[in-house]
Design a protein around this ligand. Structure first.
Ligand SMILES: Cc1cc2nc3c(=O)[nH]c(=O)nc-3n(C[C@H](O)[C@H](O)[C@H](O)COP(=O)(O)OP(=O)(O)OC[C@H]3O[C@@H](n4cnc5c(N)ncnc54)[C@H](O)[C@@H]3O)c2cc1C
Length: 329
């Protein structure tokens, strides 16, 4: 069976690799592989750190996908770093918000403990530790998948009439009318004393996270704006807010070297969950992964493979059907 995948972001490439491994004849079409939202992503595999009330199904989906990452990473030769996440509240109000998140996680039996993170400011009012969270470098994942897929990746848009039995649309926010772009601004800095763990903090209500890579590089992210009049690139206001909050949590960042500042659009859906499944005969959708496309890539690929093969998809994927917003309207 021939499968055409539109979009070579982390979702399309992972689906294509999963299908190719299962023996399908796959072609991936993208004029700019890996340069969409995937290029900016911090790469947190942090379902627990992202969890919030009303999004319990998304947490279960994230936990199921996180469990697939270690074997997936090994197969494609990409390191998965299981550093865990330190949740940090700067003042008493921030700690109260984090305490609610922790109580939700405990009610869902997600492990929460405590840890010492030496670079945190002693002004931080409270912390908790999520030992299960991990991270990858999404650009390394893209590089590895592009190499493994080789000439099955075609650097052009999906043709109007692709020679395929099934088309899988993974073109991010453009893939479906119910999706909208959610701008994210993010920085990469280099410092001599990076945090040992991922840090996800609230500083007087301002959210920020830090993700240490393996070489002293630290990712500082990320803003989240659905405004339509955003300039194409990063803004002074967004960068200031991120750096101010990050430096309040980790004062030694003051001496860090700024390596990169960039902005990309996340493919956002109305309920923050992805759309995965058939939208018509021979037409599959796998898009709208919002702030969790890196985390959710393996479970999405497993579901897409099941749909193509005519098997039932993993049960955790069922709340995320591609047609759920049409059903509601
Ligand atoms: C600042 C920031 C930080 C993030 N951090 C994290 C994180 O820590 N963890 C996490 O899990 N997620 C994170 N995300 C979210 C994650 O990046 C996205 O959910 C994910 O990249 C979505 O992947 P995608 O493949 O669907 O979309 P994209 O990466 O946007 O890829 C879509 C691709 O489709 C192509 N395309 C468009 N139109 C066509 C066409 N007609 N034909 C062919 N190709 C086409 C584009 O060129 C593009 O390459 C972050 C996002 C941002 C912006």
């Amino acid at each position: 069976m021939r499968v055409a995948v539109a979009g070579a972001g982390i979702v399309g490439l992972t689906c294509a690799w999963w299908l190719a491994e299962a023996g399908y004849d796959v072609r991936v079409f993208d004029p700019a592989p890996g340069e969409g939202a995937t290029y900016a992503a911090a790469g947190m595999l942090a379902p627990a750190g992202e969890a919030w009330f009303g999004e319990e199904d998304l947490l279960r989906l994230g936990l199921a996908s996180a469990a697939l990452w270690p074997a997936f990473g090994r197969r494609i030769g990409v390191r998965v770093a299981r550093t865990g996440t330190v949740l940090a509240g700067f003042d008493a109000g921030d700690v109260a918000v984090l305490a609610r998140a922790v109580s939700l996680l405990r009610s869902l039996e997600v492990p929460v403990s405590s840890v010492t993170e030496p670079v945190l400011s002693d002004r931080v009012a409270g912390t908790a530790f999520l030992p299960g969270d991990a991270h990858v470098n999404p650009r390394s994942v893209v590089e590895a998948l592009l190499a493994l897929l080789g000439d099955r990746v075609v650097r052009s848009p999906l043709p109007a009439a692709p020679a395929a039995d099934v088309v899988v649309r993974c073109t991010g926010a453009a893939a479906h009318p119910s999706l909208r772009p959610v701008r994210g601004e993010i920085l990469r800095v280099r410092c001599t004393d990076p945090p040992r763990h991922m840090v996800r903090g609230l500083v007087r209500g301002e959210p920020v996270y830090l993700v240490p890579r393996f070489d002293g590089e630290v990712v500082v992210g990320a803003t989240s704006e659905s405004l339509s009049d955003q300039p194409a690139g990063p803004t002074v206001g967004g960068v200031l807010r991120l750096l101010d909050a990050a430096r309040s949590l980790v004062p030694s960042l003051d001496r860090a070297e700024v390596l990169e500042v960039l902005a990309r659009d996340r493919p956002g859906s109305p309920d923050n969950g992805p759309l995965i499944g058939f939208t018509g005969a021979g037409e599959l959708l796998a898009a709208g992964h919002g702030r969790g496309g890196v985390l959710l890539a393996p479970i999405t690929a497993a579901a897409v493979l099941a749909h193509v093969a005519g098997d039932p998809p993993p049960p955790v994927v069922l709340p995320f059907s591609a047609s759920r917003f049409q059903e509601v309207s």
